[in-house]
Design a protein around this ligand. Structure first.
Ligand code: PHE
Length: 330
């Protein structure tokens, strides 16, 4: 029997101990065999042998249990040591979110005009005819309304087609002077390579006493702004038409893809149109009951800016939520 006491003491793993348990206490184990042998012993010795065997059985069981607890504790401690996590280590890879390129571009635009003391106004997305059209010198049946195919609700309300109604709301509720921008979503019934039903604009408006605001002021700030956004580009103003400004201009920058040499993106012209602007039309001031004032206004599409800054080819990719595209902007 001594060898089994030694075996239990020497067992180095719970697994080994289990093998010993089967060899000692199992149906075909050492103890069972001894009890079988005992039956063949002379009667007068049987009682002593049985007593001996039972004593060993219970001692071995105690040894076994004690050893098992020791080994289990040891194994647990080793496992905990091996699997320990050092929470102070830096992680090797981490993925964090990032601003969508449109929002990042919008933030940059807001940053520029905030630094120039323009207040940020948000207005509202569901507008009425007066603020979106009428007060902006776009009376009913004016052909220019067709330029902005509109989503209408039943009760004469509509989804704003541009951020210009925020100018009207601001002038209706505040006295001049005014220096504001309005960033936000706008909606038009349009969907193709270069148009999506929802996109973002930033509107700008500056109003001061009559004679104080000139086209030169507008030209200066827009040139400075476009250089801030696009770096060292050339800027040109082309005469254009908007119902709410007179005179009006569209603003181009030299193509950021070919530096003005002429390529596919700029249709070989070397120029990219990025802004609409002008001197506020007197009819607009009349609609909001402003007198003896002058002002300028401008409007731009944020998606277009984002596409030109990040050289994104297809406008629609900005709205598909494709993780492969977005990951490039982390
Ligand atoms: N509201 C015009 C548009 O959506 C942009 C614009 C704003 C033009 C202000 C001139 C002045 O196209």
């Amino acid at each position: 029997m001594k060898e089994w006491y030694d075996a239990i003491q020497e067992a180095q793993s719970v697994e080994r101990l289990e093998e010993i348990r089967i060899s000692v206490f199992g149906k075909k184990g050492v103890l069972a065999a001894e009890f079988v042998k005992m039956k063949k012993a002379p009667n007068e010795e049987k009682a002593k042998i049985a007593k001996d065997l039972n004593m060993h059985k219970s001692n071995l069981m105690n040894e076994f249990t004690a050893r098992k607890i020791t080994l289990q504790t040891q194994e647990l401690q080793e496992a905990m040591k091996a699997e320990a996590i050092d929470v102070s280590l830096f992680s090797t890879s981490s993925s964090s979110g990032a601003l969508h390129p449109v929002m990042e571009t919008m933030d940059r635009i807001v940053e520029y005009f905030s630094s120039m003391n323009f207040a940020v106004k948000t207005g509202q997305i569901v507008e009425d005819d007066f603020n979106n059209f009428e007060a902006l010198n776009l009376p009913k049946y004016h052909p220019a309304r067709d330029m902005q195919d509109t989503f209408y609700f039943k009760d004469e309300m509509l989804l704003r087609t541009h951020t210009s109604p925020v100018q009207i709301r601001t002038m209706m509720s505040t006295k001049p002077p005014i220096r504001m921008i309005a960033p936000g979503a706008v909606f038009r019934r349009d969907y193709d390579l270069t148009h999506t039903p929802m996109f973002h604009q930033v509107e700008g408006l500056l109003v001061d006493e009559e004679g104080k605001v000139s086209f030169a002021n507008l030209k200066y700030i827009l040139e400075d702004f476009l250089k801030y956004m696009f770096g060292d580009v050339e800027v040109r103003f082309r005469p254009s038409f908007f119902p709410f400004t007179e005179p009006s201009a569209e603003v181009d920058i030299s193509c950021v893809f070919c530096s003005g040499k002429g390529c596919r993106v700029c249709s070989k012209t070397g120029w990219l149109e990025v802004l609409g602007c002008g001197i506020v039309d007197p009819n607009v001031f009349a609609a909001v009951k402003y007198e003896n004032v002058s002002g300028y206004a401008f409007g731009l599409g944020v998606e277009r800016f984002a596409m030109l800054i990040h050289q994104i080819g297809d406008l629609r990719s900005l709205f598909e939520g494709d993780i492969k595209l977005l990951e490039q902007f982390q």
